[in-house]
Design a protein around this ligand. Structure first.
Ligand SMILES: CC(C)(COP(=O)(O)OP(=O)(O)OC[C@H]1O[C@@H](n2cnc3c(N)ncnc32)[C@H](O)[C@@H]1OP(=O)(O)O)[C@@H](O)C(=O)NCCC(=O)NCCS
Length: 234
């Protein structure tokens, strides 16, 4: 797991983007969205390139969407002989890239929300009835963070399989806050999710993040990538 921040953005990082990514970047209006996108794309290439012993510019990311063919889907690595799988997530002041060898990964980070009441209006769309019941049994001041724990556990799984939010977060049953992260059931899963492993990450104050690995994981290493990105800019 490699963590970075939108503040790691440097103009030099944009030179690593391909044409499709530049087109998407051109459609992003808010500066923070642009920074998150560039840092995620540059970081993904850099980390894979370091692993493969090549230059970041030699690593391609194919984001062809399985639904519509546009370049906004699950990223797939091109230009690396080994079966490197990756996932990108960004929210608020965090950007994260997960990589694994030969196993599909999905990562999701969510930033703390100012408006807990608005967030909790989504409970019945995102959680199964039993999950919603357990969440509402928590003290009121723990419910927003608890909800994001459920959310990131579910979304990381949906990103590992490549379904994304197309399937709906309520299609996945997971353990909740205070319990070790685990997939409990997923009737609509298209791939083999039997050995899927979840790991809660440490994104820092107020943030919640989860990693899903299809086929299991024995250990997770979390590193800060800011210095690495700065070295590219230099
Ligand atoms: C992928 C998705 C779950 C992202 O959720 P999010 O919380 O807004 O954003 P995150 O920062 O956590 O993740 C975004 C990253 O997920 C990745 N991603 C996109 N689609 C993905 C998919 N189907 N599976 C796995 N990862 C995906 C991309 O790397 C993207 O980063 P990028 O902007 O650098 O390309 C959501 O956008 C989605 O479900 N998209 C697919 C459905 C859809 O809307 N399709 C568009 C119409 S065809």
């Amino acid at each position: 797991m490699w963590w970075a921040r939108p503040d790691d953005w440097r103009p030099e990082l944009e030179s690593l983007l391909d044409n499709a990514e530049r087109e998407r970047l051109g459609r992003l209006r808010r500066r923070r969205d642009r920074e998150r996108f560039v840092v995620g794309a540059a970081l993904a290439r850099t980390i894979v390139a370091d692993y493969a012993g090549t230059a970041p510019a030699r690593i391609g990311l194919d984001r062809t969407c399985a639904d519509c063919g546009a370049a906004h889907g699950k990223p797939r690595v091109i230009g690396c002989d080994d079966a490197v799988e990756l996932s990108i997530s960004h929210s608020g002041d965090r950007v994260v890239v997960a990589i694994a060898l030969g196993k599909a990964v999905g990562v999701d980070v969510e930033s703390p929300r100012d408006d807990a009441a608005q967030l909790l209006e989504l409970v019945d769309d995102v959680l199964r009835p039993e999950e919603a019941r357990r969440l509402r049994a928590l003290p009121a001041n723990e419910q927003a963070a608890g909800f994001l724990t459920y959310w990131t556990r579910k979304e990381s799984l949906l990103k590992a399989t490549g379904e994304g939010l197309r399937l709906g977060l309520a299609s996945v049953a997971v353990t909740g806050p205070g319990e070790p992260p685990r997939l409990l059931g997923w009737s609509e899963a298209t791939g083999n999710v039997e050995g899927a492993t979840l790991a809660d990450l440490r994104p820092g104050a107020g943030y919640v993040a989860c990693l899903a690995v299809l086929g299991g994981v024995t250990h997770v290493v979390e590193e800060c990538a800011s210095d690495r990105l700065a070295s590219i800019a230099a």
